[in-house]
Write a protein that binds this ligand. Structure first.
Ligand code: ZN
Length: 90
């Protein structure tokens, strides 16, 4: 099966660059997401109807290190980065 990286709302390729690759909490995705489909960050924010906050993004490698936009929103403390890295080592 070919994974479809197209944003379901605006049609851009979310697999281009890093900024549209992110993970939100299951709860948020169930409420505002598109199941197995993809949404770019901006379209998800529109569906959400408000600005993102730190709690929207679970600690994971993707959010903390890969995506500079999400990292900016989370702005993880040194302690949070450490505890994530510890979790990933296990
Ligand atoms: Zn979009």
């Amino acid at each position: 099966m070919n994974w479809d990286f197209t944003c379901k709302d605006c049609g851009i390729n979310t697999n281009k660059g890093k900024t549209n690759f992110y993970a939100v909490t299951e709860e948020l995705w169930k409420k505002h997401g598109v199941g197995q489909g993809m949404l770019c960050l901006e379209c998800f924010r529109k569906r959400l109807g408000r600005d993102f906050k730190k709690e929207d993004f679970p600690p994971c490698y993707l959010n903390y290190f890969d995506n500079p936009v999400v990292r900016e929103i989370i702005n993880p403390t040194e302690e949070e980065v450490k505890s994530l890295l510890l979790k990933l080592e296990k």
